[in-house]
Design a binder for this molecule. Sequence first.
Ligand SMILES: NC(=O)C1=CN([C@@H]2O[C@H](COP(=O)(O)OP(=O)(O)OC[C@H]3O[C@@H](n4cnc5c(N)ncnc54)[C@H](O)[C@@H]3O)[C@@H](O)[C@H]2O)C=CC1
Ligand SMILES: O=C(O)/C=C/C=C(\O)C(=O)O
Length: 486
Amino acid sequence: MTTTLLKNYIGGEFVSGCREFNNLNPVTGEIICQVCEADQERVNQAVTAAKNALKGPWGELSVQQRAGLLHKVADGIEARFDEFVAAEMADTGKSLQQASTIDIPRGAANFRVFADMVKTASSECFHTDTADGRGALNYSLPRPLGVVAVIAPWNLPLLLLTWKLAPALAAGNCIVAKPSEETPSTATLLAEVMHEVGIPAGVFNLVHGYGPNSAGEFLTSHPQIDAITFTGESRTGSAIMRAAAEHVKPLSFELGGKNAAIIFADADLEEAVAGTARSVFTNGGQVCLCTERVYVQRPLFDTFVNKLKAKAQSLKIGWPKDPDTDMGPLISAEHKNKVLSYYRLAREEGATFITGGGVPEFGDERDQGAWVEPTIITGLPESSRCVKEEIFGPICHITPFDTEEEAISLANDSRYGLAAAIWTRDISRGHRVAREMEAGMVWVNTWYLRDLRTPFGGVKMSGIGREGGQHSLNFYAEPSNICIKL
Ligand SMILES: NC(=O)C1=CN([C@@H]2O[C@H](COP(=O)(O)OP(=O)(O)OC[C@H]3O[C@@H](n4cnc5c(N)ncnc54)[C@H](O)[C@@H]3O)[C@@H](O)[C@H]2O)C=CC1
Ligand SMILES: O=C(O)/C=C/C=C(\O)C(=O)O
């Protein structure tokens, strides 16, 4: 980073003059830098800058020119790749391996995908019969929504921020974005890149701060915001919906999950174990798609539990910079306390701990960080809170089942419906069970295999709407129909 004070970026300028808060490194709890919290006045300025920019040069650009600029943003991220990786690792404690192969490459890829897609987007056209026999032609033109508020979480900071920003910009909107208070750094670097590559002033604005009674709430309740896109906890989604209700605007929500994995007895055992270890422990379980409930067909149960235990125990928990590290700390002391409260609750609810359940001891400054052990539990009733509530940590509960119908019923017994994974060698069964899953995304014999064109989002409490490919572009633009009498 070029500065120890992360500023807001408004109307093409980095602005300070604000209350400051600390950005902490969860590896050791040390302060990384200070961050400017945007107050109501700053948020108002950012929204006004974005509103004005809609009428400026940005609105005059052709789709080709807009797409060209978005490719330059991707180039800019790639040119400063190491800085982005270092900033993401410092804010989150995630491993070098993950930041450099998933988070930052996807930050650039998100811009490229939507820049290319918008250039080839088609629109509907209908010929309509009329009484005089001459007919009429109807065609639709996509128009940007206006000023979009982007509220992003801390688990995949650049990846999830750009997953919203890129299609919103590709569709011609102007943005006021608020990254999580836990992860302000890569968003600030991105603002520098936007500035460097010549995104016109006011098109992209960045405000830092918290949610309630801070930048998040000031933004989502702002009457001049035309649409809100949010990824985070379901409860926060409800709060944002309430804040937005008075002014009635489109909302895109990607919320929490309590995702199930079903392992049938005919599954390729080694692949199912490796895939489930990945789906439970990636990013310390802090991905909305992570598996927290595992259902294993009874003949395989003991073997599977033992093999998953061995995988969990072989994970290297260590310094994020160590290339062999598999898992870093959780995002913050607060989140560590939340996850540990579920470890305690699991004990009170009568769980058997197969592995983990505590805090690793390092004997160095990491003992002040937000670390917890990868954990596997069994033996809880399906009604227990640990099986029902999103924990968002490196933990899963494993339950045995006998029949396909039972597995489907157990997996669907959740108020969430984001993702599911099914492991079987019987591909007909894979199709059949996948169709029955009450989830927005189902993986069969894999997990988190992403194609950015596919619909991404959840059912029930897991969200509203779909992101990905044309689904994102459809959200960020509204078609106007034009009817020409021939
Ligand atoms: N993708 C997911 O499913 C995620 C789930 N979580 C879960 O949520 C829990 C809480 O973590 P948080 O970081 O507090 O997530 P959160 O959902 O509260 O925060 C996400 C973003 O929303 C903002 N925000 C919070 N309250 C707001 C409000 N009232 N109005 C406008 N913006 C608001 C935050 O500042 C942040 O930028 C975690 O313990 C975890 O269980 C957290 C992050 C991502
Ligand atoms: O788009 C992806 O690849 C990942 C998305 C993950 C989330 O939305 C999340 O963890 O909240």
